[in-house]
Design a protein around this ligand. Structure first.
Ligand code: SAH
Length: 213
């Protein structure tokens, strides 16, 4: 997503209290950061933040961390938070560096919402569901190691299904049309609003690494 730098973004990034500037310092200590033992859910590529902020408001007993590599977009997400929200934090950074930020098993769930599809075959390694990312997530996730994915992109969804299945993940609650699926409690993302208003069906799945695999 190309986006023009905002006049207010530097100020927002400097002063917003939910942005964590040196997230490596909290590696292994995110429970202390939040001040409780609640599970931590992360969205990788959180974009403009609607999903993660709304989730945090609706689920006060879960801690949420939004991760986004694009600075201006992160500033837009940061603007949606306020100082009173105790269960959300934002990290400007790349999925590639997650192992510097989280200890093994520190996260309980990862959301991948409308990840960049990188549709050409030669770009497959960049997809956030390429097996090298799935292996990284597997380390960082504890419990059932849940990954929840939504996308409108057929190539990305097919390749994700293959990557999950070929590397031993168990899939459930798959839908090829989330909005007509009867699955409840869906929180729409910015991309989801845009694509579904164009009439595109939304694909989704849940992946778990079960202990007896
Ligand atoms: N989840 C949001 C945004 C989807 S667009 C929504 O559904 O509305 C995908 C976002 O992922 C972009 O903002 C992009 O900058 C970010 N992104 C892509 N690759 C990333 C990576 N490797 N690490 C962190 N963020 C990434």
């Amino acid at each position: 997503m190309r986006i023009r730098k905002k006049s207010w973004e530097d100020e927002e990034l400097l002063t917003n209290k939910k942005l964590v500037h040196e997230p490596e310092k909290f590696k292994g200590n995110w429970k202390e950061y939040f001040g409780n033992d609640n599970p931590i859910y992360a969205e990788i590529g959180c974009g403009k933040g609607k999903f993660i902020v709304q989730n945090a408001i609706e689920n006060p007993n879960i801690n949420f961390i939004g991760i986004e590599r694009q600075t201006t977009i992160m500033a837009i997400a940061a603007r949606k938070t306020n100082d009173d929200m105790n269960n959300i934090s934002l990290i400007r950074g790349d999925a590639e560096t997650l192992a510097d930020v989280f200890e093994p098993e520190e996260l309980s769930r990862i959301y991948l919402n409308f990840s960049d599809p990188w549709p050409k075959k030669r770009w497959a390694k960049r997809r956030l569901t390429h097996r090298h990312f799935l292996d990284l997530y597997k380390k960082l996730l504890g419990g059932d190691k849940e990954i929840f994915l939504k996308t409108d992109n057929t190539v990305f969804f097919e390749s994700s299904l293959n990557e999950f299945c070929e590397t031993g993940w168990r899939l459930s609650n798959i839908s090829l049309d989330l909005h007509n699926s009867g699955i409840e409690g869906n929180i729409m993302t910015e991309y989801e609003e845009r694509f579904s208003s164009l009439g595109q069906p939304i694909y989704r799945l849940e992946a778990r690494w079960l202990h007896n695999n």
